[in-house]
Write a protein that binds this ligand. Structure first.
Ligand code: AMP
Length: 276
């Protein structure tokens, strides 16, 4: 496994790499969710690359860029075990050198849900993914359904700017009690970790209601809110039942609807979703 920190060095490695090449972009502090993308990439491609970069431009000024968990040594061990060929781990100055002044704005799909609550977030995501795709030039790029809106934003970006990588979305990997794996889960204390079970519980409730014949999206959102609010440590950012393509809020839930939640537990903000 080759660990590469600069764009120039990656270009050289690219020239020598067997194709097709698959890339899984990450912010590190890797867990089984990330490794599921790597596994899928390993099955599909002759060369597997993983990027590790905590991207400052996708964090708001009051968000957790500084507190975002990092452990490069452990990450590299896991990637080596998973059979990764190339790790691209640039520092912030390599990705955003002095004078950097070009950003990518994806349109309406990036304005809703996470975009509405985290202004500038998807501008940062789209910019860094655009850069990663032009540096790494993968044939396929792997993302997790856990960040469902991010997947839609990247598909739009890749199509609109002809970035040339096939975007492959992999299922959400969960803990035994249903909590979606996330690097941020490590920041939950024991009470918050227990409380965070309510995320998946609320999504399961929506699924149960939907398949019991309740299609009124307001009712689904109301019952989900009620479930989450029963948990005193949970502070809701949003509860959404939206069209799976446009992310517009629905009046009547119809398959495939994206049911998603963003909830704060203390200082930790978690998101999760299911598709009906
Ligand atoms: P992150 O390091 O949080 O930016 O995530 C990197 C990639 O891993 C993104 O495409 C995420 O959607 C994906 N990912 C994160 N958590 C999970 C999970 N629990 N299951 C599947 N994919 C995940």
């Amino acid at each position: 496994m080759k660990i590469i920190e600069t764009v120039d060095e990656f270009r050289q490695a690219y020239a020598l790499a067997k194709k097709p090449l698959g890339l899984a972009p990450t912010m590190g502090f890797l867990h089984e969710g990330h490794l599921s993308l790597v596994k899928r990439a390993r099955e599909d491609n002759a060369t597997v690359a993983v990027s590790i970069f905590v991207n400052p431009s996708q964090f708001g000024p009051n968000e957790d860029y500084g507190a975002y968990p990092r452990d490069m040594e452990s990450d590299l061990r896991k990637l080596e075990e998973a059979g990764v060929d190339l790790v691209f781990a640039p520092d912030a100055a390599e990705m955003y050198p002095d004078g950097f002044d070009t950003y990518v704005d994806v349109g309406s799909i990036a304005e809703r849900l996470e975009g509405g609550h985290r202004p500038g977030h998807f501008r940062g995501v789209a910019t860094v993914v655009c850069k990663l795709l032009t540096i790494v030039r993968p044939d396929r790029v792997y993302f997790g359904q856990k960040d469902a809106q991010q997947c839609l934003v990247i598909k739009r970006l890749s199509r609109d700017l002809n970035l040339g990588a096939e975007v492959i979305v992999c299922p959400t990997v969960r803990e035994a009690d249903g909590l979606a794996m996330s690097s941020r889960n490590v920041n939950l204390n024991a009470e918050e970790r227990e409380a965070a079970r309510v995320l998946f519980k609320s999504l399961q409730l929506a699924e149960y209601m939907f398949f019991s014949g309740i299609k009124d999206a307001n009712e689904l959102r109301r019952q989900m809110r009620h479930t989450i609010e029963e948990e005193p440590l949970a502070k809701i950012d949003y509860v959404s039942v939206a069209d799976g393509d446009t992310l517009r809020e629905l009046d009547v839930a119809a398959s495939p609807a994206l049911v998603s939640v963003a909830v704060n537990f203390g200082k930790t903000r978690l998101i999760d979703n299911i598709t009906l």
